[in-house]
Write a protein that binds this ligand. Structure first.
Ligand SMILES: [Zn+2]
Length: 315
């Protein structure tokens, strides 16, 4: 072996571990602990698109989870004997209507927990979309591009984007509001009723859905078992606390709380604890850490809230 060959071999040995290291380094931090252990106890349903994972969380109730994007958004398909509701339509990165067609043959109408782009991405794939009667909802229904593009940055994606996905043209597509809905509005799915509970705060158009007969409360971004984001300009902290109290008052009537990010199933007794935690944080209690420009993570007894800094409503 010549000196050059020996040198080339040595260089190759040095380079190989470096490239392996680079690959490990390339995995975003949030992606490393996935899959979350809570999913082991849930019944997974087979669907053809690997972008989505579907779990049956109650009879005729499916959590449609997007684990490959940092939001880890969860939409819910809630099926009755005549029709179904899709409560949120996810990121719009994979086709969620193809998933719902694999789960039910009934007509599917859309309700959104709120109209942040990570919950309305697939709205345009459906014929009928309810919208809350707010300017925020109407503005978002026009679609947008900047947030969607930021959400496919390399540090936001874990694993592969769907086959055929076009990075350049990706945006939150506009959709048409078919009919407006309001607090107390009830949708009859056939043998199953869902009632809208307006929960403004995270956004002006935030809602929860309650299935009283089955004890299910779908809480959107008002509550999910992970850091709750309350830093955007459209967030109203006084309204948020009032809405959290409204949900907490329902806790004795429900068996399961289903939020819109990270983990689909939580216990109802988390809701009164949520009220205590956000009120404690607003009173200046708990731990505070800077979390990027203009934001701070507040922690109190297991709850985390990402708030605007200086925190809105702290006085
Ligand atoms: Zn949101």
């Amino acid at each position: 072996m010549s000196f050059c060959q020996r040198l080339a071999r040595l260089l190759l040995l040095c380079l190989l571990p470096a490239s392996v290291l680079a690959q490990t380094k390339g995995i975003p931090e949030w992606c490393k602990p996935l899959p979350r252990p809570e999913y082991r106890a849930l019944l997974r349903m087979p669907v053809s698109d690997p972008w989505f994972e579907v779990y049956k969380v109650a009879p005729e109730t499916f959590a449609i989870y997007e684990p490959h994007q940092a939001e880890e958004t969860i939409s819910y398909l809630i099926v009755g004997t005549k029709q179904a509701v899709i409560f949120d339509t996810g990121m719009g990165i994979g086709s969620i209507s193809k998933v719902t067609r694999q789960l039910t043959a009934k007509p599917v109408v859309v309700l959104n927990s709120h109209t942040h782009n990570d919950h309305v991405g697939g709205n345009s794939e459906f014929m009928f979309v309810y919208g809350m009667d707010t300017d925020f909802t109407r503005k978002n229904a026009r679609g947008s591009r900047a947030d969607a593009q930021a959400e496919i940055a390399p540090d936001q994606i874990c694993g592969n984007l769907p086959a055929g996905f076009n990075r350049k043209t990706y945006m939150t597509k506009p959709w048409k509001i078919s009919r407006s809905a309001q607090d107390g509005f009830t949708i009859n799915l056939g043998g199953r009723k869902l009632e809208i509970i307006a929960t403004p705060g995270h956004t002006p158009d935030s809602i929860a859905l309650i299935d009283r007969a089955n004890g299910l409360l779908f809480t959107g971004d008002t509550y999910y078992p992970a850091p709750i984001w309350l830093y955007r300009p459209e967030t109203d902290m006084d309204a948020y606390v009032a809405s959290a109290k409204r949900l907490a008052a329902l806790a004795p009537q429900v068996k399961m709380v289903l939020g819109a990010h990270n983990i689909p199933v939580a216990q109802p007794d988390e809701l009164p604890k949520l009220v205590d935690a956000i009120q404690a944080v607003r009173a200046g209690k708990g731990d505070v850490k800077a979390a990027g420009t203009g934001k701070a993570m507040h922690t109190f007894e297991g709850f985390k809230f990402l708030l605007a800094e200086p925190a809105k409503g702290l006085d």
